[in-house]
Design a protein around this ligand. Sequence first.
Ligand code: EPZ
Length: 423
Amino acid sequence: MSEKFIVEPSGPLRGTLEICGAKNAVLPVLAAALLTEKPCLLQNVPALSDVDSMSLLIESLGARVAREKNTLTIDAGDVASLKASYELVGKLRASFLIMGPLLARFGRAKVPLPGGCAIGSRPVDLHLKGFAALGAKIDHSHGFVTVSAKRLRGAKIYLDFPSVGATENVMMAAVLAEGQTILENCASEPEIVDLANFLNSIGGKIRGAGTDTIKIDGISSLEQKNITHNIIPDRIEAGTFMVAAAISRGDITLTNVLADHVKPVTAKLKEVNVLVEEGENGVRVYCDPCREIIAADLKTLPYPGFPTDMQAQFMALLSTAQGTSVITETVFENRFMQVGELKRMGAEIKIESRSAIVEGVEILTGTQVAASDLRAGAALVLAALRAEGPTEITGIHHIDRGYVDFDSRLRELGASITRADAE
Ligand code: EPZ
């Protein structure tokens, strides 16, 4: 049964909230667990439908996955199938990340080409170019791509774009290659560092994660040192609740946040007159009642630039700021899906090529809107907190993919939000 959120105008959100483990860290780590035949224990795992989908996928290959609250144990000792099903991959683009580990450990993998999604065509050419550079044979047929190699050989690979997924997939493949692989112009997101730390804990030899050059010294077999890995906090969930504090003119303290990971969002919030205090284990976001939230220009970039996954949420905030903001999306080709719905709530936004010109308005008004993707959905909820009159948001399964109990945790902070069956 599909569900919707009903959001009433909510006053300033106040309180303390613990941030969950990062969706975009645990998904590649789940794939990486396929590299080893020994069990791995993951802690601080968020209860998300995307995590369930990835777990089902690796179980379909023959691995065993056991969930116990916020921990997941994966045992890939008996992996037998090297082919991922269309149904399972169709649910989750990140499924493509199983290719690197399967190719490295078994010399073969067959995965349906992931389709596009609301935010873009989402090609995987950089993943495949990386595998080919390591000596893999790439075959396409009937919508599946098969990669195979007797043994991968280390290579020097320059990524045309610092793709997060391509960096992760090729790094995982290179762990068991013969010789050294140097990945240049690669992604440096915190989730890459978390994956490299996991790979090193199961015996990989990776240096440079978090910079634009990663060196992987290939080994013939893994000497697993330990089996426990703690997933880093979700910087995008943290950023989303930071914006919730700002748009509601509230005062929220977030714990289990690595302040470094949310620096681009902190800097942008301060630029628009929101106050942010960084502490040991978290951040506090609040507003000075004597200062208006003002406009600011924003351009999304690969880390450590402003994250594309925070663009929609920040657009909701700037829709209620004083002045005109220009938001430029440089990472995905179609990531303004929230604009049409925000305009129906009274926002003044004009799209010109890859930029959105946002004229801040005093009042947004509640209405019926639909979430098209995870972050656009979160942006609509944030806008609804500030809007006059009730807002109904359908398509909230998109939101449940990336936010644990989004409605109940917002309610804990004072939001008037309920979940109901969509008629
Ligand atoms: C990861 O997606 C994240 N997903 C995305 O988060 C995030 O938006 C994105 O990185 C950018 O930070 C996960 O980690 C599971 P990319 P990914 O490869 O790896 C192009 C969310 O909301 N590209 O860095 O797919 C691509 O089309 C999700 O949590 C190629 O051209 O992102 C895009 O324009 C959404 N060829 C750009 O690079 C390729 O082979 C960035 O994509 C690969 C990518």
